[in-house]
Ligand binder design. Structure first.
Ligand code: 2P0
Length: 319
């Protein structure tokens, strides 16, 4: 009986947004993330007469299937193994609305591949493999807070755990304002962002921002974690807005949400935002303010869906 591997998504508080090497997915910056409890992907791989990818019980053709199999073929080549595979995944993530489903998807896929062929890898080795499928997947091997050190080659670019079970009052409220599929993939967006005149100055700040975030996490300092995460997200979206040609993932509802967060803060309800490659906003808050923030968003937006997430675990094998 084939076993299922579960990996949770992560949200970057210090973002990965640019590659030094596209084939190896080596990033231009180090990043730091929080793994979430509420969103995950379950994946099982078995032998088959033909390569096939099933997502949420539906057989996939086209782009998602070809990305999965180009990754698996790369791994087969790397490990000198062969065979046709059936991949069955269940995604407990709203797909492609900026909730980084590729992080859990490719982490689970790398884990399921190793389980299927009986390879017993260390977390760092698994992180490196997951990175080849999708950069953010390198961080989903770990629970709690993870850091992906950019490194300079395949060997040196991997994620490690900063704190797998943080004892910190931090909630991440995922606000679904718009669950349309995004127009511009992360892969394309981060490539275009590099044409911004502000891209290199931003990269030059990466080590400082990372160090400040690590200190804030170690000091259990919610206010500094929140404000650093918000600044870093604004920097990422600023390079998008100043790229040539310029672009943005923001929708009118995104701007309204940003203003609402500033308004809540001015009323003494401390909260901060981060935004990925999509229009949705994620709010960093402490438990005591979750209710007030949620009520405010529900009263200001029609059909808003808010998911109250916290720290999730690292990759695991079920059954
Ligand atoms: C991150 N994002 O650090 C950043 C912030 C989105 C915004 O990693 O091209 O799907 O597959 O390596 O990992 C999303 O990009 O990109 C992402 P690829 P990925 O979480």
């Amino acid at each position: 009986m084939e076993k299922t591997v579960r990996a949770h998504t992560n949200i970057a508080l210090i973002k990965y947004w640019g590659k030094a090497d596209s084939d190896l997915r080596l990033p231009l910056m180090s990043s730091l993330s929080m793994t979430l409890d509420k969103f995950y992907t379950d994946t099982k791989i078995s032998d088959s007469l033909e390569n096939q990818f099933w997502l949420n019980g539906v057989k996939q053709n086209g782009q998602s299937s070809s990305r999965v199999f180009s990754f698996l073929k790369l791994l087969q080549k790397k490990f000198a193994v062969t065979g046709k595979l059936k991949v069955e995944s269940y995604n407990h993530v709203p797909t492609a609305a900026g909730l980084a489903s590729s992080s859990s998807a490719f982490a689970a896929l790398a884990g399921a591949f190793c389980l299927h062929y009986g390879f017993n890898l260390s977390s760092v080795e698994l992180s490196r493999l997951a990175r080849l499928g999708s950069g953010s997947a390198s961080r989903s091997i770990y629970g709690g807070f993870a850091i992906w050190r950019k490194g300079h080659d395949d060997e040196s670019s991997y994620a490690y755990a900063l704190d797998e079970k943080p004892d910190i009052d931090l909630r991440l409220l995922v606000v679904e304002l718009n669950n349309q599929q995004k127009d511009l993939s992360s892969t394309q967006g981060m490539k275009q962002a590099q044409t911004s005149p502000f891209f290199m100055p931003w990269i030059a700040r990466n080590q400082t921002e990372l160090k400040q975030m690590i200190s804030a996490i170690k000091a259990n300092d919610f206010s500094t974690i929140g404000s650093l995460a918000e600044l870093n997200a604004c920097e990422m979206h600023a390079v998008n807005l100043t790229a040539q040609p310029d672009f943005t993932y923001f929708e009118p509802a995104t701007i309204k949400a940003i203003k609402l967060i500033a308004d809540l803060r001015s009323q003494g309800i401390e909260c901060y935002f981060t935004i990925d490659a999509g229009p949705n906003i994620k709010i960093l808050s402490q438990l005591k303010n979750v209710k007030d923030i949620t009520n405010r968003f529900v009263s200001e937006f029609d059909n808003v869906n808010i998911i109250n997430a916290s720290f999730g675990p690292g990759i695991s094998c079920l059954n």
